[in-house]
Design a protein around this ligand. Structure first.
Ligand code: FBP
Length: 551
């Protein structure tokens, strides 16, 4: 198959490992640290995870143990949305496995977790893996959103792994997939299945992070990709001076992506869902906030600008959040009756009749397109799919209507033309930045060391990431350490706590202290395309969010 020049050049890139992992793999020994505990709900989590709770943190040092040289078969699965660097987690894992014992095998499960249940596999070879090194995407084995959470599924997993003589499994996924990895690890230990499970932290959304997971992989590349596009729109706005660009950015629950892009590009406004929720701001207040900025710039003769909108914002606006919750329950209960309705008028009446007064008022205040999108297919968990709600269009319509009113009253004299954009899928499969290429390769390589040392129920952890790669620290810690109890579908469940934007954290504080200047003046930054070759300060630096967090 024909390949682009960059593709060929990236195959040859040798990712940088943390200093300690540059030692011969067969000379690395595990070092056990202090015992761990979950941040909250210790008793509940301890009783649910008797084998994997409280295990020590681990790291690696030069020694003479030979735990790593045993011949083993390792299975690997990609779970959830694509994130740049997934191929490198697999190539790091492969190189570590083969470096320890050339007869060991890496077996990929196809199409995500369902590949385990359906026993769909492929065995990695040098030639096959070399065609994916340092490239974006998850197409090496595919991904999927099937959740492994029931005992019946776990029993099938054990059977399939035994069939392939797999004694270790690496699950590459976000908070839910790593939660399920911990439950699976516990099940395998309880049932003496002889299979270890290790997780790797993936998601462009950046909401799987804590003291030991400084960043989930893919966040760096995705935000750099979106920031390049935003910077290009800024140049265009600066040149034509006639458009307001409303840009929605992926990030289902948290606003880390929008915040990072704002820090990199300095737009006129960036909504932060977590702040909107904390202030219980209504939709009208959000619209007024944007209208004020647009009107003020118009007073200075600037009828153009850039507004960033996090994908999940509608779910954080109290009245829309309540509406979505009621719609989720209503549509789950009335699936077939609603499904039989043929026209929009029938559908609208059916829903409006069954909503409470406040939610009905919120529903009817929305533009028709958004009403329709709120009633679209739910995800497998019965939730609305926020990436399909055109919040950016809704805000343009509402801002436009408000500005028209102000114009009539004589308090707005500008000219508003809003253009909508959604940057999401554009960034999920980009060639990984050098940072993600190095970080992911290290996570995969490190995951093998955890497996080889029987660290089941651990997550691969590489830290100190704002330093040069040779100073990065490698190790692991039990997933139970990141867990708390939360209500899910009416039941209390142990889950990894999602990391939302902290309003007292350094990245948000930096943004909040600059946003008024960025709103009125034109302070745009143009980050340009990701660079793979050149000076380290251009090519290797990670996100502003992480730099501010670690300052
Ligand atoms: P993960 O949480 O699985 O990493 O996926 C995140 C994400 O990219 C969100 O930003 C987005 O809302 C969602 O996936 C889109 O999902 P899909 O690929 O199913 O359309």
């Amino acid at each position: 198959m024909e390949q682009s020049p960059l593709q060929k050049a990236r195959y040859a890139y040798q990712p940088k490992l943390p200093g300690i992992l540059r030692e011969k793999i067969t000379s690395l020994e595990i070092v056990k640290g202090e015992k761990t505990a979950s941040a909250t709900d210790q008793q509940d989590i301890k009783s649910l995870f008797p084998h994997t709770y409280g295990l020590p943190r681990v790291s690696f040092a030069k020694g003479d143990s030979n735990a790593t040289t045993k011949k083993i078969n390792v299975g690997v699965v990609l779970s959830g949305g694509q994130a740049p660097g997934g191929h490198n987690v697999i190539s790091g894992l492969y190189d570590a496995i083969k470096g320890a014992n050339k007869d060991s095998k890496l077996i990929g499960f196809l199409g995500g977790p369902s590949g385990i249940l359906n026993d769909e596999t492929l065995e990695f070879t040098d030639e096959f893996i070399d065609g994916y090194r340092n490239t974006g995407g998850f197409d090496i084995i595919g991904s999927g959103r099937t959740k492994l959470e029931s005992k019946e599924q776990f029993a099938i997993c054990a059977k399939v792994c035994h069939k392939h003589d797999i004694s270790a499994l690496v699950i590459i996924g976000g908070d839910d997939s790593n939660t399920n990895a911990a439950v699976l690890a516990e099940y395998f230990l309880q049932t003496d299945a002889g299979i270890s499970v290790v997780g790797c932290p993936k998601t462009i959304d950046g909401d799987l992070k804590n003291e030991f997971i400084e960043i989930s992989f893919g966040f760096d590349t995705a935000t750099k990709t979106y920031s390049e596009l935003i910077g290009n729109l800024m140049r265009d706005a600066n040149s034509s001076k006639k458009y307001w660009h409303f840009i929605k950015l992926m990030g289902r629950s948290a606003s880390h992506i929008a915040l990072e892009c704002a820090l990199r590009t300095q737009p006129n406004a960036c909504l932060i869902s977590e702040e909107i929720e904390a202030n219980a701001s209504s939709l009208e207040e959000v619209v007024d906030y944007l209208v004020n900025i647009i009107a003020k710039r118009a007073d200075n003769g600037l009828d153009y600008g850039i507004i960033l909108i996090p994908e999940g914002v509608v779910e954080f606006i109290p009245e829309v959040k309540a509406l979505i919750a009621e719609l989720n329950t209503l549509l789950a209960k009335e699936t077939s009756a609603y499904g039989d309705l043929k026209t929009w008028n029938e559908q609208y009446a059916f829903v409006a009749d069954r909503l409470g007064d406040a939610t009905k008022a919120a529903f009817s205040s929305l533009p028709v397109d958004i009403q329709k999108q709120l009633l679209m297919d739910r995800d497998p968990h019965g939730n609305v799919q926020v990436s399909r709600i055109e919040t950016e269009k809704m805000l343009i319509q509402m801002v436009d209507a408000k500005l028209a009113k102000l114009k009539k009253e004589g308090t707005y004299k500008g000219k508003f033309t809003g253009l909508n954009h959604f940057f999401g899928y554009e960034g999920r499969c980009a060639f990984p930045s050098n940072f993600d290429a190095d970080y992911c390769y290290s996570l995969g390589y490190n995951a093998y060391l955890l497996l080889a040392n029987d660290c089941s129920g651990y997550i691969s952890s590489v830290t100190n990431l704002t330093a040069p790669a040779n100073e990065w620290k490698a190790g692991g810690f039990p997933i139970t350490m990141m867990m708390n109890m939360e209500k899910r579908h009416g039941e209390m469940k142990p889950v990894i706590k999602k990391a939302l934007v902290e309003l007292d954290g350094a990245p948000f504080r930096y943004f909040a202290s600059h946003r008024d200047t960025w709103a009125e003046e034109t302070s745009f930054l143009f980050p340009g395309a990701i660079q793979y070759f050149g000076p380290s300060e251009v090519c290797d630096l990670t996100t502003k969010t992480l730099v501010l967090e670690q300052e």
